[in-house]
Design a protein around this ligand. Structure first.
Ligand code: HEC
Length: 224
C-alpha cells in the first residue's frame, strides 16, 4: 500500500491553510493605512488632546503590560509624616516639572505633552493599585513623556514607594503645602540669575534686575 492510499483526505490548499493569517495581515495593513491617513490629516503636534479612543487603548495596553504580580504589590512603607515629607520633597524636585506640585499636570511641559501629564488627584489615577503606580514610576511608560526613575535594581525602591504615598496624599494637598514645595523645585541657571539680581536689587546692592540680566557687551578687539 502506498502513502497516498493511507491518506484519503486531500491536503487543504495553501490559500486555505493560511487564510486566517492573510486576513490578519490585511487587517493590520488597513489599520496602518488608516493611521497613516489620520496622521497626514491631523499632523503630529503634541498640542492636541488625545482622543478618547487613544486614551482608552493606551491606558488599557499599559495596564496589560504590567504583570499582575507587580500590580498586586503592597506598599511596604507605612504612612508616617517623615515618609510623606520625603515623598513630597522628592516629588517637588523630580516630578513637579511635568506634574505640578499639586499633581494636576497643569505645567508648561505637562499640558503640552502627548499624552498629557494626567490630573493625579482624579479617580482615574487614584483607582490604580499601589503596585501599578510603583511599576509606572520605576519603569516609565514607553512612547510617552513619563521616564523611568530610580535604579533598575531594588536600591531605590523605598524612595519610589514614598512617592506612591505622596500620590495617595495629592487629593488632600493644601495650597500652603504646594507653596512650600516651591523652594524644592529645580530652577534653571537663568532663573537663578534673575532671583539673584532681584535679591541684590532689593538689598540695595547691584543694578536694576533688567540691567543685571542684559547680555554682556561684545568684547572689543585688542589693538595689536
Ligand atoms: C518629563 C515629564 C514627566 C516627569 C518629569 C514625570 N512624569 Fe510622570 N507622567 C508623565 C506623563 C506624560 C504621564 C502620562 C503617561 C501615560 O499616559 O501613560 C505620566 C504618568 C505618570 C503616572 C501614571 C498616572 C496615570 O494616571 O496615568 C505616575 C504614577 C507618574 N507619572 C509618576 C511620576 C513621578 C513619581 C515622577 C517623578 C519621580 C514623574 N511622574 C515625573 C510625564 C512626566
Amino acid at each position: 500500500m502506498t502513502d497516498t492510499d493511507r491518506d484519503p483526505q486531500p491536503r487543504p490548499s495553501f490559500l486555505r491553510r493560511h487564510a486566517s493569517a492573510g486576513i490578519l495581515l490585511l487587517g493590520l495593513a488597513a489599520v496602518g493605512a488608516a493611521a497613516g491617513v489620520w496622521t497626514t490629516v491631523h499632523g503630529i503636534s503634541t498640542r492636541d488632546q488625545p482622543t478618547a479612543l487613544e486614551t482608552w487603548a493606551a491606558r488599557g495596553l499599559r495596564h496589560a503590560a504590567i504583570p499582575q504580580r507587580d500590580r498586586n504589590l503592597v506598599n511596604p512603607i507605612p504612612l508616617s509624616d517623615a515618609a510623606l515629607e520625603e515623598g513630597r520633597m522628592h516629588w517637588a524636585d523630580h516630578c513637579a516639572l511635568c506634574h505640578g506640585n499639586d499633581g494636576r499636570g497643569n505645567t508648561e511641559i505637562g499640558r503640552n505633552l502627548y499624552p498629557k501629564a494626567p490630573d493625579m488627584t482624579a479617580p482615574v489615577t487614584q483607582r490604580l493599585s499601589d503596585g501599578e503606580l510603583f511599576s509606572i514610576i520605576k519603569n516609565g511608560v514607553r512612547l510617552t513623556g513619563m521616564p523611568a526613575w530610580g535604579s533598575p535594581s531594588h536600591a531605590e525602591d523605598d524612595q519610589t514607594w514614598k512617592l506612591v504615598l505622596f500620590i495617595r496624599h495629592l487629593p488632600k494637598a493644601t495650597p500652603e503645602e504646594c507653596d512650600r514645595m516651591k523652594a524644592m523645585n529645580p530652577i534653571s541657571p537663568m532663573q537663578q540669575k534673575e532671583t539673584q539680581a532681584e535679591d541684590d536689587f532689593l538689598n540695595g546692592s547691584g543694578d536694576t534686575p533688567s540691567a543685571a540680566l542684559a547680555p554682556a557687551p561684545t568684547p572689543r578687539k585688542e589693538p595689536r
